[in-house]
Write a protein that binds this ligand. Structure first.
Ligand code: 6R9
Length: 660
């Protein structure tokens, strides 16, 4: 059996190393507990102190938390600041100004470095370019960019002029882009002609063109195109400008616009339990505060660190731990354009050695796929590289199984580096439950304890605390600065999704969790709603179902569930009823391919179902509800233990057994 197949619970405890603890910002459990106690005793004083110490304010705030319109909490709301000034200008005149801000490694291995001073100049020029096109405070700018310095520059430039950005991951389709452009009301799109991934040149601008040709995108007046590769792309006269044209003649000085602390810094779309993605809106002050603080706390950031978060800027992890946190904290960070398996599965290890990375932050999916690759090919095993620069490892996006944790700790971290398993969400803005490298004894598979100030708890359906050892619903009982402010344009959905009445005003994370009896450590057991986690990417089952049934010439009905997968964590399994007779063999395979391509077009390749199963009907209860639990068992290949006596047509279970 391969090392990653079994998911046994690991009981070993890994205490933090002495040297690391001694030099840590939060040194030892007593220091952690003291901060927790401070935050608990007087939250206003605690957060107020942190906000004053960690951020530069153009206008100091006098109020910390305004709870007058719960759950629409406001933080530091009479204060003003600028996020970009807090990431760049604040370092000018300090030794950090000539420090490398970004070490960029392109897909082909070419390296570009930029200092804080240079980055400020580039962001300012870009901001001036945006201003010259009439873009101003409060406007929304959609960013559809590859992982590049330019992507970070575009985000920072928006923040600099008070425009709200909405970054869409480069793997999303034209249709998904169109929906987001309409929902957020974007006035401009920032994109690239192509992106380079795994040696391939993939179009981005062509996808933007397709999106903009669809109805409803009339709000977009300008498109700015980064010439990532020499290959030409079409440019619409009057609407589209290359970066060269945009930046020509622009000054590299641009005064940052001070905005209210509650001003929306960005809207980032994520999947929920209904078909339509949610535009998670974050506020400038609270979000940035936590981005900076968690860099310091969770990663115990030192001036000499070389930080690398492998997440794309299209996800929240790439927002908080690439575009904002590392810069606010004055870190040197690696930004990587490519994929972990190109030119081979040793790429991450090679890059850690090459750039002397000290803090490495990635997703369990990546680790699991690299374990697999190294099992079949010794040459890509991490032992072939010098990884002694590493001092802290991080994991994010999905539960990390103890086997993957142990491998990561042993073969990447040389049994010397703590693995911080950081639990958080698009909505939480930054880490909420995570070990601290110089304090928390680690238990593989557990995200351990909440950060100071985060009132995480596990409750039952009536909001009562459950005892340690029993599972329940993960909630956060008190507001915190970097929490989601609302769903863009849909405050009702915000209230319903995150603050349901029965939970007495607690924030509902949407995950199940259990605390262990011994330490009270949290272990996340997975989503309790219809959200799947595929390779650390959140996908709504309804979203995929809607995409499938939108293929009206072929599909009558569809139900999507998740099943466990060794590499991707969960895999998407679609049960489909066609408008034609039940297909078999090659024909079924051909239709399954058509459906996958369709979903890739409707949402993006990441949403393609791994398994497709056809039936003449779906198993339903008497009242016509799809028996999803039964589908989940089928998808897993489990014996059916549910009562199937009410099924109208039991033979569909045999039909649905066949995977294409
Ligand atoms: C940061 C990010 C959030 C969902 C979350 C949970 C899962 C994230 C995790 C984890 C177990 C961890 N998740 N980190 N589960 N352990 N360390 O991933 O945000 O894309 O919004 O996903 O991911 O299910 O609810 P997002």
């Amino acid at each position: 059996m391969s090392a990653i197949e079994s998911v046994l619970v690991e009981n070993r405890v890994f205490p933090p190393g002495e040297a690391l603890t001694k030099a840590a910002r939060i040194s030892g459990m007593s220091a952690y507990e003291a901060l927790c106690a401070e935050a608990d005793k007087n939250p206003d004083e605690f957060w107020g102190r942190q906000a004053r110490e960690n951020l530069l304010w153009s206008k100091p705030f006098t109020r910390v938390l305004d709870e007058s319109n719960k759950p629409f909490y406001k933080w530091f709301d009479d204060g003003q600041l600028n996020a970009s000034a807090n990431c760049l200008d604040r370092h000018i005149g300090t030794p950090v100004e000539n420090k490398t801000a970004i070490i960029f490694e392109a897909d082909d291995g070419a390296v570009t470095k930029v200092t804080y001073k240079e980055l400020l100049a580039r962001v300012s020029r870009f901001a001036n370019g945006l201003k010259a096109h009439g873009i101003q405070k409060g406007d929304r700018v959609l960013i559809y960019m590859p992982m590049t310095i330019e992507g970070v520059v575009a985000m920072q430039a928006c923040a600099r002029i008070g425009a709200t950005h909405s970054v869409v991951f480069g793997g999303f389709s034209a249709k998904a882009l169109q929906e987001r452009i309409i929902d957020v009301g974007a006035v401009a799109v920032v994109t690239a002609n192509y992106q380079m991934r795994g040696g391939k040149e993939l179009p981005l601008k062509a996808v933007v063109d397709e999106a903009l040709s669809m109805p409803g995108c009339e709000s977009v007046k300008s498109v700015f195109v980064y010439e990532r590769t020499p290959t030409a792309c079409t440019l619409a006269v009057g609407r589209d400008k290359t970066f060269t044209e945009l930046l020509q003649g622009q000054s590299d000085e641009c005064a940052p616009v001070a905005v209210d602390a509650e001003h929306p810094l960005f809207v980032l779309y994520t999947s929920g339990s209904t078909g339509k993605p949610k535009g998670v809106q974050h506020a400038t002050g609270g979000y940035l505060l936590w981005a900076k603080m968690t860099m310091d706390w969770t990663f115990d950031l030192k001036d000499s660190d070389i930080f690398w978060c492998t997440a794309d800027i299209g996800w929240i992890t790439g927002h908080t731990y690439v575009a904002y946190g590392p810069l606010a904290a004055g870190a040197t960070q690696i930004v990587f354009e490519g994929v972990p398996t190109y030119p081979d599965a040793g790429r991450f290890w090679q890059m850690i050695e090459r750039h002397k990375c000290t803090i490495f932050y990635t997703a369990p999916t990546a680790i699991r796929s690299l374990i697999k690759a190294s099992e079949t090919n010794e040459k890509v095993h991490p032992k072939n590289w010098d990884l002694t620069s590493l001092r802290i490892l991080g994991s994010v996006g999905e539960p990390i199984n103890p086997e993957a944790w142990i491998w990561y700790h042993k073969h990447v971290g040389g049994e010397r580096c703590p693995v911080v398993d950081t639990f958080w969400q698009t909505e939480t803005g930054g880490h909420v439950i995570t070990p601290l490298p110089g304090a928390t004894p680690l238990v593989p598979g557990s995200c351990t304890l909440p950060l100071p100030g985060i009132a995480a708890a596990i409750v039952d359906e009536a909001a009562n605390d459950v005892p340690n050892g029993s599972g329940g619903i993960l909630v956060i009982k008190k507001p915190w600065p970097s929490m989601i402010r609302t769903i863009w344009g849909d405050p009702e959905r915000f209230k319903k999704s995150y603050f349901p009445e029965e939970l007495k005003g607690y924030y509902l994370a949407g995950d199940g969790a259990v605390r262990d009896a011994e330490r009270g450590y949290f272990r996340i057991t997975g989503r309790i709603d219809d959200v799947l986690n595929v390779s650390g990417h959140r996908m709504g089952t309804m979203e995929i179902e809607s995409a499938l049934v939108a293929k009206t010439d072929l599909v009558a009905e569809a139900a999507v569930v998740g099943r466990p997968d060794d590499t991707t964590g969960e895999a998407i399994c679609a049960f489909v009823v066609l408008k034609r007779s039940l297909p078999q063999g090659d024909e079924a395979r051909e239709i399954a391919k058509q459906l996958r391509d369709w979903v890739a077009k409707e949402i993006g390749p990441i949403a393609k179902p791994k398994d497709i199963r056809f039936g003449e009907n779906l198993p339903k209860t008497r009242s016509g509800k799809i028996m999803r639990r039964l589908l989940r068992s089928l998808a897993k290949g489990e014996a059916i233990t549910q009562d199937t006596s009410t099924l109208e047509n039991p033979q569909i279970l045999t039909q649905l057994d066949q995977t294409y």
